[in-house]
Design a protein around this ligand. Structure first.
Ligand SMILES: Nc1ncnc2c1ncn2[C@@H]1O[C@H](COP(=O)(O)OP(=O)(O)OP(=O)(O)O)[C@@H](O)[C@H]1O
Ligand SMILES: [Mg+2]
Length: 772
């Protein structure tokens, strides 16, 4: 039963106001997401709104899953019929039904970052553009921006004035053509084409408007223009749109998010009700006041009041480490202490501003035996062998995908060399064929040697056959992998590297199992007959290869790699949005890192960094730790930077200090470091030991000692602290096992189940060390 009484007055008002446009603009932890969820539950349970008329949009798949689970608890199984998804997933579902109207076929592929970059490089090479002069990343950024602003190549070209924009316009036009030929969308296309579909096909739009009478969008402050425009079209007819957000938490402007979307909601919908929430239920007083004090330094913001009725709680602990290793070690020690006091690992998180910082933190956590997981762990899917498998699978459903075809035509080696591939490409270009079609054509091309033609024939036959495989998903995927000969080729290499690649491909099969288990179709959740829009857009099917690939592609770097819960979470501040933890550590609170030097030069960038600090601080419920290092290795150089200004912006009575010279900088002493200049050089000069007389930091050690760069050093570190022969581990699938050999990143583990030994990559395998 829905307990509306547990809500405060304005929260209840927002839940009960179910018709017409509604804006909830409120600070962190004030219950915006809770209100949005309760409002849906109220509509379904108390007002009998059919669940399939509801569309809720969240920022990450993880947030969507959480919301779906919560709704499941609140309203029971009927919750399954509603769409709770990210913008991108929503667009994929819509495009799967109607993309033919835009000239695509339903088996389209979604290109991720890597595919996108490869295709762009290809296009730029074709246009004779020197990648040194025109870095592919910046061109990609500009194209992405254009798409987020809904500018088609023609419009973009008309507006291009400066040389970079002109070059971008040329690349953009060809790139779009190539995507279309490959029957592929990049991430930004998903939004842009959905918009175009709605814009150019009013009947389609109207069908969706009538189906989704109720639209709810969380984290609205971070929507970009395309998302804004789609929402606006969808809501135009019935105007039942609720958006919630916080202008102080807008942290994605670098990706095209436009804070005006929230600030101008009232102008877009003159009838809109606007509700403010002012009570924070998440954080203790000191933490909330610290967050308020920091964000108050921003000038461009709507003034907001945010109070809490929970007590002051603990002060914020600021730790000054001698270097990043000391920082990691201290954090690991505190986590251990908290854990001994009864705080579970999943209630703790470590945030950092940039991904590069995670390495030293991870290393220290590993050494201390603290189980952790990294959000943003899509790296498994980025591995070459996994990409190969995905390319084969992709070709089975979309043989027009040229990038996939080129990736695996000679992977494993079939004797189809570079010249032959170029020859096929030329045929494709000249005859307007896809790469696969051109390859098939080349079978009869007598300018090619018989041996080459046979090799091409083998590949073409493989893909043609694989397209007809049917039955259970896992069986189909196994058959494709088997037919591809990827594993057999790796087996012949007989190297440890190849062994671990084989293990990874096998691990991929457990990903398939995970997908199948979590996507059992629930017929009862489908809307009634007659709502034929849904004919194709039901839940992802556990049997469909196409749906599986879609699921793989849409796992974003913001989604947790695993939902297992006995882990401390490591993540960037960006990906922490919307989440909460009892204890939060924010590492690297130094100028140039946080605020980041890329953004802090202009006032707008600095304000966004400050909002990011606000997001970080407001994730903590009970305890907040901010750490900084006197000296830090960044990309092989030692830097000493002043403590972040954001620390200084927290009133001194709310914080206490620990670590280096802690007696000196409880208050104003902080700012003195502001004058110290960065030093660079070898790690020796900046080592904690010599400069500060603290030997615990051990900063004189060469950097490679911690890392995966030197196999020798790695052996030492793995054997000493991380994993050693004899360690007992627990694997998610294989259960208990014992480490029998440590070889660089690879662990040889003998599992009791089936008495088998497996070689697993310590960074990727789902294993935890058990301290007996
Ligand atoms: N009326 C209430 N009574 C008790 N707990 C509440 C109430 N409202 C919200 N909470 C709790 O406060 C915490 C913060 O709520 P929620 O995550 O919905 O805030 P939010 O405004 O969405 O935060 P953010 O801006 O960080 O996304 C949650 O643990 C939620 O369950
Ligand atoms: Mg929220």
């Amino acid at each position: 039963m829905l307990d509306i009484d547990s809500l405060n007055e304005p929260q209840r008002e927002a839940v009960l106001c179910t018709e017409g446009p509604l804006l909830v603009l409120a600070g962190a932890g004030s219950g915006k997401t809770r209100v949005l969820t309760y409002r849906i539950a109220h509509m379904v349970q108390d007002l009998n709104v059919p669940p399939w008329q509801i569309m809720a949009i969240t920022f990450t798949n993880k947030a969507a899953n959480e919301m779906r689970e919560r709704l499941g608890r609140l309203v029971g199984p009927s919750a399954r019929g509603m769409w709770v998804s990210t913008f991108h997933s929503m667009c994929v579902r819509i495009l799967r039904v109607d993309c033919e109207l835009l000239g695509f076929s339903k088996s389209f592929t979604i290109y991720d970052d890597d595919d996108t970059k490869r295709l762009l490089k290809d296009v730029m090479a074709g246009l004779d553009l020197d990648p040194k002069r025109w870095p592919v990343n910046s061109i990609r950024g500009k194209i992405s921006q254009a798409k987020n602003e809904l500018k088609a190549p023609g419009v973009y070209a008309d507006e291009a004035r400066d040389p970079v924009s002109k070059v971008t316009a040329r690349v953009y036009a060809v790139y779009q053509e190539r995507l279309k030929m490959a029957n592929a969308f990049d991430f930004d296309d998903l939004l842009m084409y959905t918009y175009l579909l709605f814009k150019n096909h009013p009947d389609v739009l109207e069908a969706y408007q009538d189906r989704f009478r109720y639209l709810l969008v969380d984290e609205y402050q971070d929507t970009n223009h395309a998302q804004y425009a789609i929402t606006k079209l969808l809501a135009a007819k019935h105007q039942n749109i609720m958006v919630v957000g916080d202008d102080d938490q807008s942290i994605y402007s670098w990706r095209g998010a436009d804070i005006r979307n929230i600030l101008e909601f009232e102008q877009d919908y003159p009838q809109a009700r606007s509700i403010k929430l002012e009570q924070n239920y998440r954080s203790s007083g000191n933490i909330l006041n610290a967050a308020n004090a920091v964000v108050a330094h921003n000038t461009k913001r709507k003034q907001k009041r945010l109070f809490t009725e929970s007590g002051d709680g603990e002060k914020i602990l600021v730790y000054m480490a001698s270097d990043e290793r000391d920082e990691g070690r201290w954090i690991a020690g505190e986590i251990d202490k908290l854990h001994n006091e009864g705080v579970s690992y999943e209630e703790m998180a470590v945030f950092y501003r940039t991904n590069a910082q995670s390495r030293s933190l991870e290393d220290m956590l590993l050494r201390a035996g603290v189980p952790y997981r990294i959000v943003g762990g899509t790296k498994f899917f980025d591995r070459a062998e996994i990409r190969d498998v995905i390319a084969y699978l992709t070709l089975c459903i979309n043989p027009a995908d040229d990038m996939a075809a080129k990736r695996v035509i000679n992977q494993p080696r079939r004797g189809i060399g570079k010249t032959t591939i170029e020859h096929i490409e030329n045929v494709a270009r000249n005859s307007n064929l896809t790469f696969m079609q051109a390859a098939e054509w080349c079978l009869a091309d007598e300018t090619l040697q018989m041996r080459t033609r046979n090799a091409i024939g083998g590949f073409v036959g493989l893909i043609n056959d694989a397209q007809s495989y049917g039955g259970e998903l896992r069986k189909v995927i196994e058959a494709v992998i088997d037919r591809s000969q990827l594993i057999q080729a790796l087996e012949q290499e007989r190297t440890d590297e190849a062994e671990s690649r084989i293990e990874n491909i096998k691990e991929f099969l457990s990903v398939v199992d995970e997908y199948v288990e979590s996507h059992e179709i629930d017929e009862s959740a489908l809307p009634p007959e007659g709502i034929n829009l849904l004919a194709d857009t039901r839940q992802l099917s556990p049997d469909s290869l196409e749906d599986f690939l879609e699921w793989v592609r849409l796992r974003t770097d913001l989604d947790a790699a695993t939902d297992d819960d006995q882990f401390v979470t490591l993540m960037t501040v960006h990906s922490s949005k919307g989440l909460e933890f009892d204890c939060v550590f924010v590492a690297g609170m130094e100028e140039t890192l946080f605020p980041h030097s890329n953004s802090s030069r202009d006032p707008q960038g600095l304000e966004e960094e400050r909002r990011l600090a606000y997001v970080a601080i407001t994730r903590a419920r009970k305890r907040l730790y901010l750490t900084c290092a006197y000296a830090r290795q960044i990309f092989g150089e030692t830097h000493a930077n002043p403590v972040s200004r954001f620390v200084g912006e927290i009133p001194s009575e709310l914080r206490k200090s620990a670590g280096l010279g802690s007696s000196g900088f409880a208050g104003t002493g902080w700012e003195k470091r502001g004058s110290r200049r960065g030093i660079s050089g070898s790690g020796k000069e900046a080592g904690g030991g010599r400069v500060f007389g603290q030997s615990s930091a051990g900063g004189t050690r060469p950097r490679s000692y911690t890392g995966r760069t030197s196999p020798n050093a790695e052996k030492k570190s793995a054997a000493r602290v991380t994993f050693a022969v004899g360690d007992i581990v627990d694997h998610k699938t294989f259960g208990r096992g014992r480490v029998t050999k440590v070889d660089g990143d690879t662990l040889h583990i003998k599992f009791s189940k089936g008495n088998v030994t497996k070689k697993l990559l310590k960074d990727y395998a789902p294993i935890v060390k058990i301290n007996l």
